[in-house]
Structures are given as structure tokens and as C-alpha cells.
Design a protein around this ligand. Structure first.
Ligand code: ADP
Length: 451
């Protein structure tokens, strides 16, 4: 097992990983920018290193600085969390080249899945169903027109290097394809430095359903059921559930069998999530994330597993030690992302938290680095807390969530808490019939929460 783990992240996920290390008896090292010197992940750390100024390029994305921090403190492994360097194959390679373990997949798999076109090509070869669309990259506007005509409008132009919902544009008819093509490419170039795009049929009422997997790279691959992440705005998730209100046990099993067979075939190692759109009883793969996801806690709650601990064990070379038959899913879990943002415009609103009270009680978990008096800096992601509840069934989970949301107080900054309170009281949410387009309509039909 590792002697010391450096956590190359900040906020709630840095704390989450620190907690797993501590329970495993492994000392950990926190890194931070100058803006985060007083952050909770630093205050609770065994030791910490300042890796640069506030802008992410100079700190949390600064590979030489992070690697130096690991070498200076004698860490023998690095956990990247999510975001930042977690899906950077060059960083994983650099870590390994310096004799440290990267707590994540092999660089070749990060690279393969980081290019969404390569990911889709690989999944097609492994008999995983895809969203209909272009066969690889679309090289010209003429080709985009031809593909759109053959799959049928509406279509989505998507960036090969896309992430976080950026570089994605819909064309509803032939008149809109030129603009979608131009804007998606420009956005992709600006955000990712790569303007390669591909085309997909734009599904009108899908759910976003993703499968959590763990693999030890030695042939053992298991899944922990699905998460339903259909509640999104601007293609970004806001509330996630495990399991999906829409899936039958037979469908879960069918999807799990396809996915685990595919990952076994490519020799995948560590944690991963395969994302699908699900409509009319059909699954269609959209992408794979080769890292821990923000919403992993809902899976942990229903499966009774510590996914970060499993990631660390696998990276240290331990076999999985259990099979699919050993995995039991029980009850229902829901996660709300609490973002420091204006509830009407969804724009980030940083500031100082003057008072803070987190809910508690049976089946309630809060993953957050907030504390009374802390400063939410403007430089980083606006998500400041995750509220997760677990109960024997979905109605009980919603009742528990309502109770926990009412207890939750974050004073001094605007957050998405009021929006969550309204969502869970909506009859369509309670019926579980929502699709990926539901939340934007909900907010748009005069339901923005009071500020
Ligand atoms: P990103 O990596 O930027 O998150 P994804 O490919 O995972 O991009 O898609 C993000 C979200 O965008 C999906 O969860 C879904 O809501 C929407 N989306 C993606 N592809 C399609 C599609 N073909 N049809 C309809 N919605 C889509």
C-alpha cells in the first residue's frame, strides 16, 4: 500500500479523498493556490504545499509544481480527483515516469476516452450501442449537411474534446446547420484548443443514464448500477439519483453486461463511468469519463462501497477481490449540487459565507468544504456543497431530502438551495418522468426560485 498520497485538487473532493486516506491509515498531502490558503481542505490536511497563484493554469493545472510538491513531501501516489488534471493523459504519464502511481486508469485509456470520436469508435467495435451520427470527425460544412440529412434533423454538432457541456450546438433544420457548425467549432477551439467536431442525432426526450464501473486491470470488472443525471441545465448536471426511476432491473443487468464485457476486452483499470442517453427503451453511448465523478456518492450510498478507497486499492495493485454477484444495491439515493450561483441567471456568485449550518440525521450526507466565515473565491468551479440522502425507497428519499434541504443554511452567498426545494415539490419530479430537457423548461416556465 502507498505510504503517502498527494491530492491534486481542492474543495469538497480534496476533503473526500483525504477522508478515505485517513481511514486507510495513509497520510495525505494537500496542495493549494494562494487564494485557498485558508480553505478547509488545507486546514484539515496532514501537510500542505502552496503550488502557485490563484489562476488554475498557475496552480491546480500546474503539472511541474504539483509533481514537485509530491516529490518534496515523499508522496508515492497522486489522486487527481475530478476536473483539473484528472483526465490529462500527459500528466498521468509524467507521474508514472517519476516513479509515482497515478490513482486512475492507464494513460492510454484516458487518451482514448478523452477523444470522444475515438471513444465512440472503440465502443462501436466492442458492440456498445451508439447515438446515430457521423462516422468519426466531420471535416467540412458540406459533410455536416450530408450527415444531418441522412440521420435527420434536429442534430447536435459536438466537440471531439468536449466537456462540461461546452462545444455543443443544436441545428433544428438545414438553415441552422451552418451556424451550429461554426459556433461549436469556435467554442471548441477556444475551450479545448481543438476544433474537431462530430455530429449526432439530437434526441428529443432522452434520460441521461450512466453506469459506474470498477476494474482491476486483471480481468475483474464490476458495475454498481446506474445513476440518473437527467436533471441538467446547459447540459450540466444539477441533481442525480441512484437508481434511475425509469430503469427496470432487467435493463440494468443488460446494460451492465454490455459495459463490463467491453471494459474487460480493453483491459481497463480503476474507476470509470459510461454515459448513455436512454429513450424508448434503447441505450445509446455518448461518452466515458475515466475518473471519479462528482455524483459518485449516490452510488456509494446504495452500494455501500467507498469508491475512493477502491480506487486507491486498485492503483496500489490489489485485486478487486469480489465479483458482480457480491454487489448488492439497496434503497434509493439522491444528490443535490449546491452551487454558489444566482438562481435566475445561473451565473457564479462568489463571496463570503457569513453563517453555515449543514443538515444531519439518518441517511443524510454533506460533502462540502464550506465553513462559516469562508471565502468562496471567484477563480474556481461554483459547486460548493453536495447534499446526498439515502432511504429505503424513492418517496422516502424525497421526504428526507425535503427535510434536509430545509435544515441547510448557507448565508451570505446566493446558492441553488431554493431551486432544489422547488424542484423536489414538483409533481413531475416526484413522478420521476423527467427527461434531460425538463429542468430548463421548469425554470423557464416561471419557476425560478426567489433569490
Ligand atoms: P460533456 O462531456 O460536455 O458533458 P456529453 O456528451 O456528456 O458532453 O453530453 C452532455 C449532455 O448533453 C448529456 O447529458 C445530454 O443532456 C446532452 N446531450 C449530449 N448528446 C446528446 C444528443 N445526441 N441528444 C440530446 N442531448 C444530448
Amino acid at each position: 500500500m502507498f505510504h503517502k498520497v498527494l491530492i491534486a485538487n481542492r474543495g469538497e473532493i480534496a476533503l473526500r479523498i483525504q477522508r478515505a486516506c485517513r481511514e486507510m491509515g495513509i497520510p495525505s498531502v494537500a496542495v493549494h493556490s494562494t487564494a485557498d490558503a485558508e480553505a478547509m481542505h488545507v486546514r484539515l490536511a496532514d501537510e500542505s504545499v502552496c503550488i502557485g497563484p490563484a489562476p488554475v493554469r498557475e496552480s491546480y493545472l500546474n503539472m511541474p509544481s504539483i509533481l514537485s510538491a509530491a516529490l518534496i513531501t515523499g508522496a508515492d501516489a497522486i489522486h487527481p480527483g475530478y476536473g483539473f488534471l484528472s483526465e490529462n493523459a500527459d500528466f498521468a504519464e509524467m507521474v508514472e515516469a517519476h516513479g509515482l502511481a497515478f490513482i486512475g486508469p492507464a494513460p492510454e485509456h484516458i487518451r482514448m476516452m478523452g477523444d470522444k470520436i475515438a471513444a465512440k469508435t472503440t465502443m462501436a467495435r466492442l458492440k456498445v450501442p451508439l447515438v446515430p451520427g457521423s462516422d468519426g470527425e466531420v471535416q467540412s460544412l458540406e459533410e455536416a449537411r450530408a450527415v444531418a440529412a441522412s440521420v435527420g434533423y434536429p442534430v447536435l454538432v459536438k466537440a471531439a474534446a468536449g466537456g462540461g457541456g461546452r462545444g455543443m450546438k443544436v441545428a433544428t433544420d438545414p438553415a441552422g446547420i451552418e451556424e451550429a457548425w461554426r459556433v461549436a467549432r469556435a467554442e471548441a477551439k477556444a475551450a479545448f484548443g481543438n476544433d474537431a467536431v462530430y455530429l449526432e442525432k439530437y434526441l428529443d426526450r432522452p434520460r441521461h443514464i450512466e453506469l459506474q464501473v470498477l476494474a482491476d486491470g486483471e480481468g475483474d470488472v464490476v458495475h454498481f448500477g446506474e445513476r440518473d443525471c437527467s436533471l441538467q441545465r446547459r447540459h450540466q448536471k444539477l441533481l442525480e439519483e441512484a437508481g434511475s426511476p425509469a430503469l427496470t432491473p432487467a435493463e440494468r443487468e443488460r446494460l451492465g453486461a454490455v459495459v463490463t464485457a467491453a471494459l474487460r476486452e480493453i483491459g481497463y483499470r480503476n474507476a470509470g463511468t459510461l454515459e448513455f442517453l436512454y429513450q424508448d427503451g434503447q441505450f445509446a453511448f455518448i461518452e466515458m469519463n475515466t475518473r471519479l465523478q462528482v455524483e459518485h456518492p449516490v452510488t456509494e450510498m446504495v452500494a455501500g462501497v467507498d469508491l475512493v478507497r477502491e480506487q486507491i486499492r486498485i492503483a496500489a495493485g490489489e485485486p478487486l477481490g469480489y465479483g458482480q454477484a457480491d454487489i448488492r444495491l439497496s434503497g434509493h439515493a439522491i444528490e443535490c449540487r449546491i452551487n454558489a450561483e444566482d438562481p435566475e441567471t445561473f451565473l457564479p456568485v462568489p463571496g463570503r459565507v457569513s453563517a453555515y449550518h449543514a443538515p444531519g440525521g439518518l441517511g443524510v450526507r454533506v460533502d462540502s468544504a464550506l465553513y462559516a466565515g469562508c471565502e468562496v473565491p471567484p477563480y474556481y468551479d461554483s459547486m460548493v456543497a453536495k447534499l446526498i440522502v439515502h432511504a429505503p425507497d424513492r418517496p422516502a428519499a424525497i421526504a428526507r431530502l425535503r427535510r434536509a434541504l430545509d435544515e441547510f443554511a448557507v448565508i451570505g452567498i446566493k446558492t441553488t438551495l431554493p431551486l432544489h426545494r422547488r424542484i423536489i415539490d414538483d409533481p413531475e419530479f416526484q413522478a420521476g418522468t423527467y427527461t434531460i430537457h425538463w429542468l430548463e423548461k421548469f425554470v423557464g416556465r416561471g419557476n425560478p426560485p426567489p433569490a
